[in-house]
Each structure stands twice: as structure tokens, then as C-alpha cells.
Design a protein around this ligand. Structure first.
Ligand SMILES: *Cc1c(COP(=O)(O)O)cnc(C)c1O
Length: 234
């Protein structure tokens, strides 16, 4: 198992290197975020042993179990929450995670800021944008992004880092690039208003190449690292 994960990590890292070179970008500017939802703590441990430091989870109860099981690695692992946010689950996220990528409402952002413990650094935030017919209905419309970004940036215990999106699955590099390009244009638009964003969280197993070509700084990869998921536990 761990051998396979190490091999998959190596394959994905090599692709990131190659695509970054094609794009004329420094591969160090692209962070590989391992999406470990539905996989047990021992799989995360194996990936960590193979050099992977950042992991993302979608389901809070499952995530808390794994974070607790892997407590001895807490200072060595960066935990990202990328799932749907509910008001009654924000406290655990504010206390346990380093990043949240799925903010699309000010009310949730307020709760996270209020609940972020003062002994921890501000929680890193990406606003999820519904850039074009997304899989889920999550994400704010591009038309409303400036106001939400302004409000989130004003919260004391959050640090607004950038934008995130989950475009509908499409095949072919050229069509895959279109939604990623739109997200990058929105990112440039906000930075032209002095937001100082540094993070574009876009691209998954099937389209991270297209995302890197369009400027992704975080790619969220699950299946290509860990294999297919079974959702029977949810
Ligand atoms: C599950 C998930 C991923 C990973 O998807 P793969 O296709 O398995 O790489 C990335 N981002 C989000 C928001 C997800 O929910």
C-alpha cells in the first residue's frame, strides 16, 4: 500500500514539474494538496512518510477522527478543509484546521473568525467561486465576489488568501483551461483592487495540468494519489 502511494506521489510530482516547465513557472509555486477523504489514517501516514505534507478533508466527523489518530504528526501536517460548511460544525474547523477553501457565505466566515483560538495563527481562507456550471451548487457567483472578499478580509482571525473552484468535469486540455482561466481573471481583478491574494486553489486529478497552465498555486488531488473512492461510509 505505502509503496503504491509513494509511486503515485512520485508520478504526480513529476507531472507537476513537467507542466510547470511547459508553463514557464517554478514548480515550487504549485502546492500539491492530497485529498484524503474516505481514506483511513494509515494511508495518510504512508503518504506523509513519502514526503507529503498537506492533506485535505471534506467531512468533518471523519476528518476529526483522523486528525486525532494522527496527533503525533500535528505539527508536521497542514490540514485543509474543502467540504461543505455548516454553521453547527464551524467550531471544530476553526480549532483543528489550517486552511478552509470552501467559504461562500459571510455568516460562516464570521463564525470561523470568532471561533478561531487566539493561540493559533489566523485561519487561511479561500472563497469558493461558482465559476461555470459547477458540480455542486456551492460557491458564490463571480458577480458578488468583491463584496464578500471585502467583508472576509476585514475579519480579524481570518487571512484571506485567494479563490477556489470545482468546475464540472470536462475532457480535453483546451476546454478544461477555460474555467480555470476565468478564476484566474477574477483573482487578477481582485488583486487590482489591492486585495493581495496569493492563492488559486484549482485543478483536481483529471484537470490539474490545465489548472497549472492557468496559474494554479494549489492543486487538490485525490484519486490520482490514493485510487478510486467508495462513499459507502457516508
Ligand atoms: C474530492 C475533491 C477533490 C479531489 O478530487 P479527485 O478527482 O479525486 O482528485 C478536489 N477538490 C474537492 C473540493 C473535492 O471535493
Amino acid at each position: 500500500m505505502s509503496f503504491t502511494i509513494a509511486q503515485n506521489l512520485d508520478t504526480v510530482r513529476r507531472r507537476i514539474l513537467a507542466i510547470s516547465a511547459t508553463a514557464g513557472r517554478d514548480a515550487a509555486s504549485v502546492k500539491l494538496l492530497a485529498v484524503s477523504k474516505t481514506f483511513p489514517a494509515n494511508v495518510i501516514r504512508a503518504a506523509h512518510a513519502a514526503g507529503q505534507k498537506s492533506f485535505a478533508e471534506n467531512y468533518i466527523r471523519e476528518a476529526l477522527n483522523k486528525i486525532s489518530t494522527l496527533h503525533s504528526l500535528r505539527e508536521l501536517i497542514e490540514w485543509h478543509f474543502i467540504g461543505t460548511l455548516q454553521s453547527n460544525k464551524t467550531r471544530a474547523i476553526a480549532e483543528q484546521f489550517d486552511w478552509v477553501h470552501s467559504i461562500d457565505r459571510f455568516k460562516i466566515a464570521c463564525r470561523l473568525s470568532e471561533q478561531r483560538p487566539t493561540h493559533l495563527p489566523p485561519l487561511n481562507i479561500c472563497i469558493q467561486v461558482n465559476i461555470s456550471g459547477e458540480i455542486s451548487k456551492s460557491g458564490i457567483s463571480p458577480n458578488n465576489i468583491s463584496a464578500l472578499a471585502h467583508d472576509v478580509a476585514s475579519l480579524p482571525r481570518l487571512r484571506l488568501r485567494g479563490l477556489m473552484s470545482v468546475p464540472s468535469p470536462m475532457s480535453g486540455l483546451r476546454v478544461q483551461r477555460t474555467p480555470h482561466r476565468r478564476l484566474r481573471e477574477l483573482f487578477d481583478f481582485l488583486n487590482a483592487q489591492n486585495f493581495d491574494l496569493d492563492t488559486l486553489s484549482m485543478g483536481m486529478s483529471a484537470d490539474f495540468g490545465a489548472a497549472i497552465l492557468e496559474g494554479a498555486t494549489i492543486v487538490r488531488v485525490g484519486t490520482a494519489l490514493f485510487g478510486p473512492r467508495t462513499y459507502s461510509t457516508h
